[in-house]
Design a protein around this ligand. Structure first.
Ligand SMILES: Cc1ncc(COP(=O)(O)O)c(C=O)c1O
Length: 400
């Protein structure tokens, strides 16, 4: 009898975590490493949020709470959806979990049966396919190339839908490409979805506030109200308020789904951290200045990184509208040999050679389901970014 489960055998460890691990090993061995592989803001959580958490501890909010969130936080989430997205939800339609990640996981675990399909546009966030597999479903990938701006066309969506399709996962702005669906592009997709009432929509809006150049963020249930009763609108405080470690995410959708997710959570983790919930309450209800400040900082860094990368021979870097990633192509480097003698056979070979020869850690595109690319997270200091780009440029210039 095998000790480990068959379910576990279906999934692979996170490639982004593996890359960060290699970078850490090389750093521990004394090498000068710049890691551009982490998916989190490098800023501190704003002071008023930290103070609210300390006050929550002192006020004794240190016990179990309602399984899927304290009423005050659920109300704050409803207020946020009304204020920022024009969406009207009741607290009974809201679920709070240990990060947006748990919300996605709960939704898939609570709904997927063997053979159920989940449409995942590629490039995708590394966790979607494996979460679908863990839940017993089948991911169906739709390739969205750089030429298509990394966004899915309505025709491609239509072609991917089958009678077994249960969910479409839509992440705008996207990790890893930074691409976003503007209102017209979103409407084109929702027009298709309206025709297929058995397909549910999982909108991952975690990068909602990180949009640049005046890009208007929209979410499917807002653009097409007829989809609202089959949409889970997921969001969280991790990226919006530099709160990745606090582990609070949330989702809103029909009560049937929200209740099923709460049932699952009641038998796994129970409530998300009580202190994290009070911190998230302060984040959503308090001053919102941090959002504009971080957006401006990330836009400046995006511009620095895109301009810098486009001076590197063999790299072509589109300008993303959001998140804090760029997803350049290395098509023109394929088949070349690095100064250190490594053949750039694919994007994984590129990332490995880059790390070994320059100390810059990036994540290769195959991990996100679209090659030949690599992802840079520019959520790090301007000085580190400038240094990293100089090293990448040197590496590319050395390729023959
Ligand atoms: C696209 C996307 N969705 C969801 C998450 C999960 O965020 P959290 O669990 O911190 O709320 C991440 C984090 O990297 C992400 O990139």
């Amino acid at each position: 009898m095998a000790f480990l489960s068959d379910t576990l055998a279906r999934v692979k460890p996170s490639p982004t975590i593996a890359m960060s691990g290699r970078a850490l090993e090389l750093r521990a061995a004394g090498q000068d490493i710049i890691s551009l592989s982490a998916g989190e803001p490098d800023f501190d959580t704003p002071a008023h949020i930290r103070e609210a958490a300390k006050a929550a501890i002192d006020a004794g909010h240190t016990r179990y709470t309602a399984v899927d969130g304290i009423p005050a936080l659920k109300q704050a989430i409803c207020d946020k959806f009304a204020r920022e997205n024009g969406l009207d939800y009741k607290p009974s339609q809201v679920s709070v979990g240990t990060g947006g990640k748990q919300i996605l996981y709960n939704a898939l675990m609570a709904t997927l049966n063997p053979g159920d399909e989940v449409i995942v546009p590629a490039p995708y966030w590394v966790s979607y396919p494996d979460m679908v597999l863990l839940a017993g479903g089948t991911p169906v990938f739709v390739s969205c190339t750089a030429e298509q701006g990394f966004v899915m066309s309505p025709e491609a969506l239509e072609a991917a839908i089958t009678p077994r399709t249960k969910w479409l996962i839509l992440n705008s702005p996207s990790n890893p490409s930074g691409a976003g669906y503007d209102r017209a592009a979103m409407q084109a997709l929702t027009d298709v979805l309206v025709k297929h009432p058995h397909v549910w929509v999982l909108a991952d809006d975690i990068y909602e506030h990180l949009v640049f150049d005046g890009f208007e963020f929209v979410t499917p249930a807002q653009v097409e109200p007829r989809l609202k009763d089959r949409t889970l609108t997921m969001n969280g405080v991790s990226k919006a308020y530099a709160m990745t470690g606090w582990r609070i995410g949330y989702g809103a959708g029909p009560e049937l789904l929200i209740k099923a997710m709460a049932k699952l959570q009641s038998q796994s983790t129970s409530n998300p951290s009580s202190i994290g919930q009070y911190a998230a309450l302060a984040a959503l209800n308090g001053p919102q200045d941090y959002i504009a400040e971080s957006r401006a900082a990330f836009q400046r860094r995006r511009d620095l990184v895109v301009a810098g990368l486009n001076t590197c021979p063999g790299i072509d870097c589109p300008t993303p509208v959001g998140a804090f990633y760029v997803y350049p192509s290395i098509k023109d480097l394929l088949g070349k040999t690095s100064a250190g003698g490594k053949v750039i056979e694919n994007d994984e070979a590129f990332a490995n050679a880059l790390l070994e020869e320059t100390g810059v850690a990036v994540v290769f595109g195959a991990a996100f389901g679209l090659s030949p690319h690599f992802r840079i997270s520019y959520a790090t200091s301007d000085a580190e970014l400038t240094d990293a780009i100089a090293r990448i440029k040197g590496f590319c210039e050395g390729c023959r």
